[in-house]
Design a protein around this ligand. Structure first.
Ligand code: SAM
Length: 262
């Protein structure tokens, strides 16, 4: 049987590794969580900077190598052998910063899990596939804009930090990567009465990207209104497509439906 791939594209460009550490904006008193330390290109640079460093790595062989290599470290260093997509981040003291070159195959999944624990996290400096980061940072009207953009921007401030070519890794992946930062917001970007309903509407609006909202939002057709010959919801013309709606437009839709159905 073929071994399960673990997204092990190791960063070998040391100048880029130095830039990543600089951009992570770390302080001496920071507790850092690194996901997927691999062969420690980032770990070895993080250790002298941190008060503590916890690393989660799925590959048992790499875990043993890291334990041996860093056993005499003065900073408190702990390696957890486990799956970052399943890890319970509430088991770590709150206020930590995450730094990671995420494994591509699970990057979105792990990022969403981290966002779920966002109130415990100061900042995340993450590297992912460029195409995915294009979606995370996209604004309304951009062709990359979709439910993932809304989800991430609702919970976090997103900033693109560095573009990294595929030549910086061994083995070399087919695609380029981007380093970006996520800062969990103390309050979501928009005020919504029912966040679950808000995300249900957002997901429905983008379900068939090329379709008009009146088709994607049929589940709420009882709330549709005919205004000046247009089918509207909360004053929004439903012949538009989901990709043209800002986060505030989605919040208006959700709050309107919420109060109409109360
Ligand atoms: N940090 C190293 C670097 O920059 O070269 C390695 C990055 S490599 C893209 C991803 C790392 O995550 C690998 O070491 C891999 O074994 C590990 N990994 C893969 N899946 C994981 C998971 N679900 N949880 C934790 N670590 C994982």
């Amino acid at each position: 049987m073929r071994k399960r791939p673990l997204g092990q594209n190791f960063l070998v460009d040391t100048a880029i590794a130095d830039s990543i550490i600089e951009l992570a904006d770390l302080k001496k008193e920071d507790d850092i969580l690194e996901i997927g330390p691999g062969k420690a290109v980032l770990t070895q640079r993080l250790l002298p900077l941190a008060r503590s460093l916890t690393a989660i790595e799925l590959d048992p062989k790499l875990c043993r190598e890291l334990e041996n290599r860093f056993k005499n470290e003065t900073c408190s260093f702990k390696i957890i052998e486990g799956d970052a997509a399943k890890f319970d981040y509430s088991s770590i003291k709150p206020g930590f910063k995450v730094v990671s070159n995420l494994p591509y195959y699970a990057a979105t999944h792990i990022m969403k899990k981290l966002i779920h624990f966002g109130s415990r996290i100061q900042s995340m400096t993450l590297m992912m596939q460029k195409e995915v980061v294009d979606r995370l940072t996209a604004e309304a009207g951009n062709k990359e804009y979709g439910s993932l953009s809304v989800y991430v921007q609702y919970h976090c401030q997103v900033e693109r930090l560095l573009e990294i070519p595929n030549t910086a890794f061994t083995p070399r992946p087919k695609i380029d990567s981007t380093l970006f930062s996520l800062k969990p917001r103390p309050q979501p970007k928009v005020e919504v009465q029912d966040p679950q309903l808000f995300f249900k509407i957002v997901n429905a609006a983008f379900f068939h990207k090329r379709k008009m909202l009146k088709n994607n939002l049929k589940a709420w057709k009882n709330n549709f209104k005919n205004e000046h010959g247009q089918i509207c919801l909360a004053g929004i013309d439903l012949s538009r497509r989901g990709e043209t709606l800002t986060m505030s437009d989605f919040a208006n839709l959700a709050n309107y439906i919420y109060s109409s159905n109360e």
